[in-house]
Design a protein around this ligand. Sequence first.
Ligand code: AMP
Length: 288
Amino acid sequence: MDIFSEIDQMQRQASILTRAGKTIGFVPTMGYLHEGHLSLIRRSRAENDITVVSIFVNPIQFGPNEDLDRYPRDIEGDIEKLRALNVDVLFLPSMKEMYPEGYKTYVIVEGLSDKLCGAFRPGHFRGVTTVVLKLFNIVKPTRAYFGLKDFQQTLIIKQMVRDLNMDIQIIACPTIREHDGLAMSSRNKYLTEEERQGAGIVYRALLNAAEKLKEGAGFKEAASTLRETLKSSPHIREIQYASVYDPETLDDLTDVDVKIYKKPEVVLAVALYYGNARLIDNLLVKLR
Ligand code: AMP
C-alpha cells in the first residue's frame, strides 16, 4: 500500500492511473476505522481497479466547542486494517497540507446544510463539502463511497456533485450495526461500558416508529413513538432532533397528512447526546 501525505504525490499518482484507464474508487474517512468504514472499502475494492482511502480529521467541520481535539485516533491500527484489505493507496495529509496559510475558499450547498444536524452544528456541512470537493480534486475518483449512517451528509454530497457537474459517481452504502443495533461510529468510543450496554435503544426506537408507520399510523404518531422510546433511556441527556422527514428535502413531516404525502419513502432520523457521545442514526422506511 502506498501512503501519500502530500497532495502533489497523490494527484500525480491519480493522473497516472486515470491515463492508464484504471477506475479509482475512493473512501474518505476521519480514521479510527471500524466495520462501517471497512464495508465501504470492500465495496470499492469490488467495483474498481484501484481503491484510495483518505484519513483526515477535518478541522473546519468541527464547531469551536466540539470534539476536534479528542476525536479518537489510531493511525497504526488503521494502516494495519487497510493493508489487510489490500487497499492500494492511503492518502494521509496534514492539516497544513490541506489548509495552508491564506486558505480562503469554501463550498456551501444551500438549504439542505441548515437542516437537521446543520441546525445544531452551524458551518459543519460547509466544512464537509469543502473538504470532500478538495479530496475529489486530489484523488480524481471514478466512484466515491459514503455511508447512509450519515444520511444528510450523503444527500448533500450528491447535491454538490450534481450542481457542480462533477463526473463522479456517488455510491450510498448501508449502515453497519453492532449486534444490538447500535450504528457503528468512531464516536461510540466516548460511551462508558454501562452506556454502551443501553445504547441499542436508539435503533430500537427507530424500529418502533417504523413499525407504527407500517401499521398505518400517521407521521405525528410515529414521531411521538420515536421520542417516547428514546425518553425511556436514563442516559439520553439531550434529543436534538427525532422525527419523520422527507428523504429528499429533509423537511419535517410531523404535520403532514400521510394520505397526501406522495413519495414512496420517509426517513426517520435522530441526533442525541447519549452520555458524552453525540450519536446520530436513521432508518429509511418504505410506505407502500
Ligand atoms: P467518518 O470517518 O465518520 O467521517 O466516516 C467516513 C465514512 O464512513 C462516511 O461516509 C460515513 O457515512 C461512513 N460510515 C461511518 N459509520 C458507518 C456505518 N456504521 N456504516 C456504514 N458507513 C459508515
